[in-house]
Design a protein around this ligand. Structure first.
Ligand code: SAM
Ligand code: SF4
Length: 330
């Protein structure tokens, strides 16, 4: 089967799989406090359906997977899926993004199933601000989850910190210091317009350059890491004293669409070529109506072929996607 090259020549080999749209916390920039329009369980892809989809995608050159959500650890028996996916020929990289609340309990089984790379979402080390952001009081559990992963040997362990202006400025340096001490990379993510409640505004985005300035002032010099993979979304820097590094997902100030290699499968079985896409294709119907692997392969190819050049957050043409972040899979 021909590889997944879009009409702009970008090769796609990276698939993000959302396994649920539900979550056990309520980050204000992602989910409304009273979120309730979750998909009924019958609409969520089964492990066997996800496995089949990935088998077909792998034959088209997909070799890198990230499990996400909603909160993926809410999905019962997740290690069973991890084991299935890790065993698919061609898959050479398997990672997960989680809010970490349930990680201390689940990390051993995930590790045993073959997961090694993990991103844990944590915006602050301050209990009150954690509560303000997530509307839950689970900071200690997340910290415990991070320690458990480090003790088990997960590598790399990274922390995703969403950067909202006039809110997390006091957290930037403490998080980076924590990362330096514990050997984990902090990835600051510019706040994106995916919040479902229309809260986003350009003025609320704490930009990469502003964060860098704070870290340089409060901790010390940072240098760009040479020869970074241009297809990786993060721009990475290391502290000049040799202790630790930080990364930035600068989707707003420095969009990386021109090098994008990702497609996304939603928990309810729709395939998207971009987080911000306004269209998507229904894979679930094909997985459930007896369609062949070739039909599924064709749908993946069509999705990649239809891909746009990039999101238009920075223009007046920008239209937020119809699904919020938790229903797409971040
Ligand atoms: N629940 C898991 C978690 O929080 O890591 C996985 C799903 S979550 C949607 C994936 C990532 O999206 C999170 O790590 C968070 O950093 C990021 N995120 C959520 N809402 C965002 C927003 N409005 N702007 C930027 N990043 C966001
Ligand atoms: Fe849940 Fe992750 Fe969204 Fe926070 S960012 S509400 S943890 S899905």
């Amino acid at each position: 089967m021909p590889p997944l090259v879009d009409s702009f020549g970008r090769l796609h080999h990276n698939l993000r799989i959302s396994v649920t749209d539900r979550c056990n916390i309520r980050c204000f920039y992602c989910m409304p406090e009273d979120a309730k329009n979750f998909q009924p369980r019958s609409e969520i892809l089964t492990f066997e359906e996800i496995e089949r989809f990935v088998q077909v995608a792998a034959r088209l050159g997909v070799d890198k997977l990230r499990i996400t959500g909603g909160e993926p650890l809410l999905r019962k028996d997740l290690p069973v899926l991890i084991r299935k996916l890790a065993a698919i020929p061609g898959i050479r990289d398997l990672a997960m993004t989680t809010n970490g609340v349930l990680l201390a309990e689940s990390a051993p089984a995930l590790y045993e199933a073959g997961l090694r790379r993990i991103n844990i979402h944590l915006d602050t080390l301050d209990r009150e601000r954690y509560r303000q952001i997530t509307r839950r009081d689970d900071l200690d559990r997340v910290l415990e989850g991070i320690e458990r992963c480090l003790a088990l040997g997960f590598h790399p362990v990274k922390i995703n910190a969403v950067a909202v202006k006039n809110l997390v400025e006091p957290d930037l340096a403490p998080l980076a210091r924590f990362g330096r001490q514990r050997g984990v990379e902090i990835r600051y993510i510019e706040f994106m317009p995916l919040d479902s409640q229309g809260l986003w505004d350009r003025d609320k985005v704490l930009l990469m350059d502003d964060i860098l300035e704070v870290l340089r002032r409060e901790i010390g010099p940072l240098d760009p890491i040479p020869d970074q993979d241009p297809r990786a979304p993060a721009t990475e820097f290391r502290f000049r004293d040799g202790v630790g590094r930080v990364g930035f997902i600068a989707s707003v100030s420095k969009p990386f669409c021109l090098n994008c290699n990702r497609i996304r499968l939603t928990a309810d079985g729709h395939l998207r070529y971009c987080l911000f896409a306004l269209e998507e294709r229904n894979v679930k119907t094909l997985l459930r109506d007896g369609s062949s692997d070739e039909d599924i392969a064709r749908l993946i190819q069509e999705t990649v072929q239809a891909k746009w050049l990039g999101h238009e957050i920075n223009t007046s043409r920008f239209v937020p996607p119809p699904r919020p972040m938790y229903a797409i899979g971040g």
